[in-house]
Design a protein around this ligand. Structure first.
Ligand SMILES: *[C@@H]1O[C@H](CO)[C@@H](O)[C@H](O)[C@H]1NC(C)=O
Length: 346
């Protein structure tokens, strides 16, 4: 009886495997048939990798000559340059007859390496001999992608003073410093070393996602690092109607942001002061006119261009509508913010 049952089992087992293989075969043939050999699906085989860039921010759609920018990469880099320009770290006066300068940056929500690398290059061109960078992101795939990019760039650049150990990138929740691992905390705190002529907190187009709020990391930066702030952020227009304010709050919640994430300019300044920044040092510069409308036009062009290959922009189309509403209603303001701690502003 026992052996008979065993045979039964073996037959069932082999039969099961055979059945699975047949099903898999049918599925593969179906997929192969469905793949339209004479369509446009082979665009995937025709794009060069690694991709030239993997930027992701709303962009600054005006170049240094004041002309409109057409290209996403250029606009994203432009936004980084606007924030860096506002901070004054590259001002020529500051580079005069000083001992070799060194710059420490804590970059929150840093992306896939483009921002990291461009910032390092700007610092190098600006006369900084030493550059130390710590980036935090919530996404492990972005850490990997950024690390690959930095290794490639450092290896490929000739006469490059930048070394890979100048860059430390981690997967960590930048909004909650108390959750950082000892390794992350140690790397971040190393940026407060007195040898640096400047320690800065950078956040490009991500702070409104910070939950519960921006406060924990601002407090940490001011008190633990004595770090100055340079960010791109979105503010609520103080004269926006009740209706628009409610809509924009709802949109924020749908994007996964805290309900009160969009603050008026006054509330934003109060928050920075509460966290340890000097009120007189806070500089808020409105760049709304060079952000949303340019992005909307670009998304439109990109949608048409990709459409020729049968590729859809997908979720970015919804984003386009949203930015279009931002541009027309002026309910949200795009700004650069710079703030200094009490120790450094005098
Ligand atoms: C705020 O909104 C009002 C009304 O929509 C608009 O006229 C004004 O220009 C906006 N202010 C800013 C600073 O964007």
């Amino acid at each position: 009886m026992v052996s008979f049952q065993g045979e039964d089992f073996a037959v069932g087992f082999v039969g099961g495997i055979a059945f699975t293989l047949i099903l898999a075969g049918i599925a593969s043939v179906t997929v192969l048939r469905m793949t339209d050999r004479y369509g446009l699906g082979h665009w995937k085989l025709n794009i060069g990798t690694p991709l030239k860039s993997m930027w992701m921010n709303v962009g600054y759609w005006k170049n240094e000559q004041g002309e409109p920018v057409q290209d996403f990469e250029e606009a994203c880099l432009g936004l980084l340059k606007e924030v860096v320009k506002a901070s004054g770290i590259l001002d020529k006066d500051a580079t005069k007859d000083t001992p070799p300068r060194s710059l420490a940056i804590l970059d929150l929500g840093f992306g896939c390496g483009d921002q990291t690398w461009e910032l390092a290059r700007l610092a190098q061109q600006g006369g900084y001999l030493d550059f130390q960078y710590v980036g935090l992101t919530l996404n492990e795939a972005q850490v990997q992608s950024a690390q690959r990019r930095i290794y490639r760039e450092v290896a490929g650049a000739d006469a490059c003073e930048l070394k890979t150990d100048s860059f430390k990138m981690f997967c960590a929740n930048a909004a909650k410093p108390e959750t950082w691992s000892p390794q992350v905390t140690e790397a971040v705190e190393s940026l407060a070393d007195e040898k640096f002529t400047g320690t800065w907190l950078l956040a490009l187009d991500c702070l409104y996602h910070f939950s519960p709020s921006r406060k924990p990391v601002f407090k940490y930066a001011a008190n633990k690092l004595d770090a100055q702030v340079m960010v791109f952020d979105l503010l609520l227009n103080e004269t926006a109607s009740m209706r628009d304010t409610l809509i924009v709050r709802a949109v924020g919640v749908m994007m996964g942001c805290p309900v009160r994430t969009f603050l008026t300019e006054t509330a934003y300044k109060d928050q920075l002061v509460e966290c340890g920044y000097d009120r007189r040092s806070i500089k808020i510069h409105d760049i709304t006119g060079d952000v949303f409308s340019g992005l909307v036009k670009f998304l439109d062009r990109q949608d048409k261009a990709l459409g020729e290959y049968g590729i859809s922009l997908g979720g970015f189309k919804l984003a386009q509508r949203l930015f279009d509403w931002f541009a027309r209603s002026k309910v949200v303001r795009a700004v650069t913010v710079v703030a200094h701690t009490k120790g450094k502003s005098s």
